[in-house]
Design a binder for this molecule. Structure first.
Ligand code: MN
Length: 245
């Protein structure tokens, strides 16, 4: 398929929006930042020592957002597609060089999120000291449930974070085990970027990550916030690489 000239309908798709729960209005998605290894037990299961000094980040394209309750294809080029249940914070006002005390003022709200990951490609990149993009910046891999304004749910510092796959518990932790909590993450990230309304931050996943297969139903909850669901659809259609390639 070839791309033709930009049309009005194509232009309208250039704005990606996330529902704001209970409002009928939407949050225009800008940048998707993700924190790596932000729970000690998850850092260890990834074979890494927890780093309490400073968080690190990777990003996903906003165009790789998919809403809760959607069905996404099992993506191409992986044999180990994995779930990561996370708290997502949505930025609602500009912030740069923020102190921890100032940081939460620009947190508009919170959402349940799933950071879907081609783990085999992430690990391959890690071993080769290459960027993680092929493992993390995957089409339909930034799942965000409707955003709950902080005016309704408060700023979240504790509460159960859980994920079930086909009804079976896979991840179960508590937000108070975040190595770098929401205020710390926002303050730190604001030293590298001018945070703007529409930016979101996936704050990291607890231990218990694992693979999915087509047909799986993921259901996540965060106490005091809400829930998220995702169905894994059939494998994306793509040619298997030949032995000669
Ligand atoms: Mn993650």
């Amino acid at each position: 398929m070839t791309k033709s000239a930009v049309t009005g309908s194509a232009l309208s798709q250039w704005v990606v929006t996330v529902p704001i729960e209970g409002t009928g209005i939407t949050f225009p998605l800008r940048r998707v930042f993700c924190v790596g290894r932000n729970y000690e037990a998850h850092a260890r299961e990834m074979g890494a020592a927890p780093d309490r000094e400073s968080p690190f980040y990777f990003t996903k394209s906003a165009f790789h957002y998919a809403p809760s309750d959607s069905t996404v294809a099992y993506p191409a080029a992986t044999k180990n597609y994995q779930y990561e249940m996370e708290l997502v914070v949505a930025i609602g006002s500009p912030g740069h060089q923020l102190s921890r005390q100032q940081a939460l003022d620009c947190a508009f709200g919170y959402a349940c999120g799933l950071d879907m990951t081609r783990r085999d490609l992430q690990f391959e990149a890690r071993e080769k000291k290459r960027p993680w993009d092929l493992g993390k910046d995957v089409e339909d891999s930034a799942i965000i449930a409707p955003i709950v304004p902080a005016s309704r749910c408060g700023h979240l510092t504790r509460g159960r974070i859980e994920l079930r796959v086909n009804g079976e518990s896979k991840q179960s932790s508590n937000l108070d085990l975040l190595i770098h909590d929401v205020a710390a993450v926002i303050a730190d990230l604001s030293h590298y970027y001018h945070l703007q309304p529409g930016d979101v931050i996936f704050t990291g996943t607890p231990e218990g990550v694992g693979p999915v297969v087509p047909g799986d139903l993921l259901e996540g909850t965060i106490e005091g916030l809400g829930s998220i669901a995702l169905k894994i659809g059939p494998k994306a259609i793509f040619p298997e690489p030949s032995e000669n390639q």
